[in-house]
Design a protein around this ligand. Structure first.
Ligand SMILES: C[S@@+](CC[C@H](N)C(=O)[O-])C[C@H]1O[C@@H](n2cnc3c(N)ncnc32)[C@H](O)[C@@H]1O
Length: 504
């Protein structure tokens, strides 16, 4: 059946053809597919009456079209007052066309529909809303697929949204933050965005402020990166978020997922207590989508140990090859310290072979800050390839197995070390084996949709008891177990009843 949203999707295909790839990238222009728009509209909480709606970054208006389709299909008595922002004037006529069709369709069913198109910059135009309450901006619903691109530190958005920004700033979460400010109490906020804001230190300020004002109702994850946007494949995992502006309630949060907006490979939704969703110190969100993930989350939520509790810390290798070129040379035992790269992180143990063409960092006072006194470490790859089985790839560096007094690490390597003293061999092996387990991988993936392994994320993760980690190390040393047995050991020791965190 031809609908308003299917009309808008067809128009978006044509608009896409008229725009260059770089132009679309600069504007963060990824048009919603028909099925995504329908899915978004399906999340709207609709009650009969008037609904004042905002769509910032509206493109050619497909989200509003899908909302009208739903109101018409379900024969609801909902009247719409719509404001849309679209900065790209090349889209204005197409946007106006969609909204005119919406108006005609709604009015032909006796429903009112009025709209205003703002060809303005959504953030600059509403900057006053960040700090002061503006009554006229009280929307009942904000529905948006916002632009996605990073801005530099000196961009005007960064100053306007300074309360939310830490480090790299992406425009999409600024749209979310501003939308919250422009939503009335008990109004709804509905966004489709990359999943990146759910974890990571760059988004911590945003998460704290946004989720203090917005009570989450539902997250819907797409496990595929295709067919979400018109003719586009995205690099990051995509999530739909729906929440209500109100004090936090006891209402459980629904977490659902499907392969794509066509609902292929749909998982039964999971309902989770908010305390579990936000259990980590850095406010990172855990989004389990299967019973297995829920079991793992349940296990971790009972743990109070952490790297910090064990007097451990994690840092990133200090050597940035293009910056420290002058200190890097072919490895020589007498003149350099071995320079460890990601490729040296092998199954369970670090492998650095002097006969291969390896590099070293000059052993001289000028390069001192790049050198570490040899000790036991756990080395972790900072990036993992998508096709890799596990997100965390790590191995132990046991100092006594190598003849070096100093070593060095390249910037794509994270390393765990003891802050006071030295990690024992058992601790090193035990912790490395735990971090390499399937169980840890499942937990870590719930944290994070991308392939980066940030030190800040690892710092915040709860760990099992110290005695347990050391015990794994002892068993590995004695040859009683190998790496493939670790998950069984974890389950035997920590498996609990599931009902504790899931709300049926
Ligand atoms: C990801 S697209 C989504 C379009 C549409 N909502 C959809 O779902 O198909 C984001 C849109 O925001 C627009 N945009 C980018 N920066 C903007 C700004 N500062 N203010 C208003 N619109 C902006 C882009 O031109 C683009 O059309």
């Amino acid at each position: 059946m031809s609908t308003l949203a299917s009309y808008a999707e067809r128009a978006a295909v044509v608009l896409n053809q008229d725009t260059s790839r770089s132009n679309k990238k600069n504007k963060g222009q990824y048009f919603s597919s028909l099925h995504l728009a329908k899915k978004m509209a399906g999340f709207v909480v609709l009650e009969n009456g008037h609904l004042k709606v905002l769509d910032p970054g509206s493109g050619n208006g497909i989200l509003i079209a899908a909302l009208c389709d739903r109101i018409i299909e379900e024969s609801l008595a909902v009247h719409l007052i719509v404001d849309v922002y679209e900065l790209d004037t090349a889209l204005t006529s197409a946007l106006d066309q969609t909204l005119t069709l919406c108006q005609q369709a709604m009015e032909s069913r006796g429903l009112s529909f009025s709209y205003r198109i703002y060809t303005e910059d959504f953030i600059l135009h509403n900057k006053h809303a960040v700090s002061q309450h503006v009554k006229s901006l009280n929307y009942d619903l904000v529905i948006s697929n916002p632009p996605y691109f990073k801005v530099k530190k000196d961009h005007p958005y960064v100053e306007i949204m300074s309360d939310y920004v830490f480090g790299q700033a992406n425009v999409y979460f600024m749209f979310m933050a501003l939308a919250e400010k422009m939503t009335r109490k008990h109004g709804q906020v509905l966004f489709v965005t990359p999943r990146s804001y759910c974890s990571g230190v760059y988004f911590k300020k945003f998460r704290q402020l946004f989720f203090a004002a917005i009570d989450p109702l539902q997250f819907h994850l797409f496990t595929s990166r295709k067919k979400i946007f018109v003719d586009e494949k995205v690099l990051q995992e995509t999530v739909i978020f729906s929440g209500i502006k109100r004090e936090s309630t006891m209402t459980p949060v629904k977490i659902s997922s499907s392969f794509d907006p066509y609902d292929k490979q749909k998982h039964a939704p999971i309902r989770l207590l908010k305390s579990v969703l936000f259990q980590e110190k850095n406010f990172a969100l855990k989004l389990p989508t299967s019973q297995r993930e829920l079991e793992v989350l349940n296990m971790f939520s009972g743990w109070t140990n952490s790297l910090h509790e064990m007097d451990l810390s994690i840092s990133t290798g200090p050597v940035v090859t293009f910056r420290h070129r002058a200190y890097i040379q072919p490895f020589s035992f007498t003149e350099t310290a071995p320079l460890l790269y990601m490729r040296h992180i092998k199954e369970s143990m670090v492998s650095f072979n002097e006969t291969e063409c390896n590099e070293g960092v000059a052993l001289d006072s000028a390069s001192d800050k790049l050198l570490l006194a040899a000790s036991n470490f756990i080395l972790i790859k900072r990036f993992s390839a998508k096709e890799q089985k596990k997100r965390i790839v790590c191995s132990s560096y046991i100092a006594k197995h190598f003849p070096y007094k100093k070593i060095s690490m390249e910037n794509h390597v994270n390393y765990i070390y003891k802050m006071n003293g030295e990690l024992s061999e058992e601790e090193t092996l035990g912790l490395a084996a735990f971090l390499s387990s399937m169980t840890f991988d499942i937990y870590f993936r719930m944290n994070n949709g991308n392939t980066q392994v940030n030190a800040s994320d690892l710092r915040a993760i709860p760990l099992p008891d110290e005695w347990f980690l050391r015990d794994i190390g002892v068993k590995l040393l004695n040859g009683e177990v190998d790496y493939t047995d670790i998950d069984i050991l974890i389950y035997r020791t920590y498996d609990k009843v599931l009902e504790e965190i899931e709300v049926k």
